[in-house]
Write a protein that binds this ligand. Structure first.
Ligand SMILES: Nc1ncnc2c1ncn2[C@@H]1O[C@H](COP(=O)(O)OP(=O)(O)OP(=O)(O)O)[C@@H](O)[C@H]1O
Ligand SMILES: [Mg+2]
Length: 603
């Protein structure tokens, strides 16, 4: 399973000929560009070592500045020596300049690493998501996935470079500052050490609360996103029920919940900062008092005290930063955990089969298949289902709503794996077939076909490369779509809109049929694929598609006209095969099929 399996198809012939829409041009450009997030290991190593090398000089350079400030005060305070003054000023300029340069480069490199890491994470996560089994997507909300992809990857990509950067800088600073302070006065240094444990304890309490509220905010944001997305995606339903106001209220309530959480977060932060400032202030007052006594005793100069106070202000800040990084690590680890959970998730339906025979008969057999959906494990949907699809024949699957017809199709498409029994293709289990091969040989036109935004051409050739215009036209013809495509203003190049929204349902169904036919599949599945077609189109599609030829066809339809013409009919009832045979046989038997037909006739 390569990344190509997940991607949209490369451009087809007509797209190049037709010049293409701007969206497609952009997509094509993106394909040509090297993936920005994909830094080579060598580049990453160079960037990271750059960060590591630049952090110490930038930080240690800055630690000299308070020292020189103290020296200047002493020079100004005693007998003024212009040479000493000039030397100190020049040294200060040199140190400031070089440490600023190193800090700037370090910051730039850090941003560089951060954005590369972010894109790379997103690419890997999306690739992992798109390969997951369908049960995963039914259990996880879309809002959740998009928030993982955008927000959590952003948080996570900050985690490593930002923390490494800040940690390194703060550590060098703390060590440097303390050694200067010890040199100036070990008594005062001991005093400053009293402040740190108190700050750390406060930070610990604050971090635990902050983390909890942060998680609640993230969930709340994901929920409000979900509310908005759902309303926009189902705007027609909203309009037809006149529930715009209710939806607006729902969104408002979701936002109010987020605001409430954010208010709590901000209030707690304010209280925490207040406590920290008070503690700092108290330490500073104590320090001044003790410093004054030391000067009186001749143990320290006035400039020395100024330097010491400057150092002390700074060192507190950096100790706190070190503690903060720990908290930040914790809060981002939550995001990273989720990202890793999805990155490492192994799809329940494996795609590592390798079988790809040159010729395929298209014989399908369901052998005693039992199945329950993972989302509802206590509801058996299929129970001991066995039937066969013969090559070149049309088999119809009939039954009431919810009898399990589409579920059989889902198993044949390997959306899920049955809990018991097997589905065989040409006598071999489906899982042994190569993923791409299988989906080229077994084509499905679903109950609710989904088109992608893009042109009609792109939709018909979805997942295929190098299709000729003749092939596309032949498929469109067989799906009885050629006529209406010709009436579109740009023919095959016409954009169909998001999810094909600019087409009628019947037109969408016909494009979906053409999309399946162009693959010339060995097994063709039509799950209510012609339900929205008018009489003329349905007859035409039935003639073209169901006449079958060499291919195996499985058709699910409520229309008896479609079912009657099938070579074999399988009747499902409550997830089990009730009976099977030809139309004439089943009618003669006067069983469930007969009653189905009678009920339809009665309508
Ligand atoms: N994704 C799902 N998760 C849980 N249960 C499901 C899921 N899809 C279908 N079901 C349940 O499985 C049963 C069979 O559904 P299925 O879609 O196979 O019916 P169907 O025969 O195709 O019906 P219809 O004629 O309405 O298309 C139903 O009871 C349904 O509620
Ligand atoms: Mg169905």
């Amino acid at each position: 399973m390569g990344p190509a399996a997940a991607g949209r198809p490369p451009p087809g012939g007509a797209r190049v000929r037709g010049g293409g829409a701007s969206a497609e041009a952009c997509r094509a450009r993106c394909r040509e560009l090297p993936t920005p997030g994909h830094a080579s290991p060598v580049t990453s190593a160079v960037l990271e070592s750059g960060l590591a090398l630049l952090a110490p000089p930038a930080a240690s350079g800055e630690t000299f500045i308070p020292y020189y400030t103290g020296r200047i005060i002493d020079i100004l305070g005693s007998r003024y020596d212009p040479d000493a003054f000039a030397t100190v000023i020049s040294l200060m300029c040199l140190v400031s300049f070089s440490s600023s340069l190193a800090a700037g480069c370090r910051g730039g490199l850090f941003m560089f690493v951060h954005s590369r890491l972010n894109l790379r994470l997103r690419r890997l996560l999306f690739s992992s998501l798109v390969h997951q089994d369908l049960a995963f997507f039914q259990q996880v909300k879309t809002g959740d996935l998009t928030s993982r992809l955008s927000k959590d990857t952003a948080l996570m990509s900050r985690l490593v470079p930002a923390n490494a950067n800040i940690f390194l800088r703060s550590l060098v600073k703390v060590l440097g500052l303390y050694s200067f302070m010890l040199g100036l006065s070990w008594r005062l240094t001991l005093l400053t050490l009293l402040e740190s444990p108190l700050t750390m304890a406060a930070q610990k309490v604050y971090d635990a609360r902050y983390q909890a509220v942060l998680k609640a905010i993230q969930d709340s944001l994901a929920y409000s996103g979900e509310v908005a997305r759902e309303a926009v995606a189902s705007v027609e339903t909203v309009r037809s029920f006149g529930t715009e106001e209710e939806e607006a209220q729902r969104y408002k309530a979701a936002l109010a919940h987020t605001r409430h959480l954010k208010d709590r977060r901000d209030l707690e932060r304010a209280l925490y900062l207040l406590f920290r400032r008070l503690l700092q202030l108290a330490t500073q007052v104590l320090m001044l008092y003790c410093g004054h006594q030391q000067i009186q005793a001749g143990l320290m100069t006035k400039g020395g005290l100024v330097s010491f106070l400057l150092y002390q202000g700074e060192v507190g800040q950096y100790v706190q930063t070190l503690v903060y990084i720990y908290g930040d690590l914790l809060s981002n680890v939550g995001a990273a955990e989720k990202v890793f959970e999805y990155l490492d998730r192994v799809p329940a339906v494996s795609t590592d089969g390798t079988r790809a025979p040159a010729t395929l008969q298209g014989h399908v057999a369901f052998r005693d298949v039992s199945f329950t959906y993972p989302s509802r494990p206590d509801l058996p949907v299929l129970q001991g289902v066995s039937f066969e699809l013969q090559p070149g024949a049309v088999t119809a699957l009939v039954g009431l709503n919810g009898s399990g017809k589409s579920t059989c199709v889902a198993l044949l498409e390997r959306f899920f794996e049955p809990q018991a029994g097997e589905v065989l293709l040409d006598g071999e289990p489906l899982r042994t077939y190569d993923h791409r091969y299988l989906h080229r040989q077994v084509a499905l036109v679903g109950q609710e076909p989904t088109l992608f935004s893009g042109s009609v051409w792109e939709n018909i050739t979805y997942g295929l490369e190098g299709c000729s215009k003749e092939q596309v036209m032949a498929a469109a013809q067989a799906a009885h779509a050629a006529k209406f495509i010709a009436t579109l203003d740009q023919g095959l190049e016409t954009e169909v809109g998001e999810k094909g929204g600019q087409l009628s349902v019947g037109q969408k169904q016909r494009i979906a049929i053409a999309r399946a036919l162009i693959r010339q599949p060995s097994v063709l599945i039509l799950d209510e694929a012609t339900s929205a077609l008018d009489v003329e189109s349905e007859a035409a599609v039935r003639a073209a598609v169901l006449s079958g030829g060499a291919r195996t066809v499985l058709v699910i339809a409520h229309h008896m006209a479609t079912v009657e013409g099938a070579d074999h009919i399988v009747v499902l009832e409550g997830g089990a095969v009730a009976e099977q045979g030809t139309h004439a046989e089943l009618m003669a038997r006067r069983g469930p099929y007969y009653s189905l037909v009678q009920r339809q006739l009665a309508e």
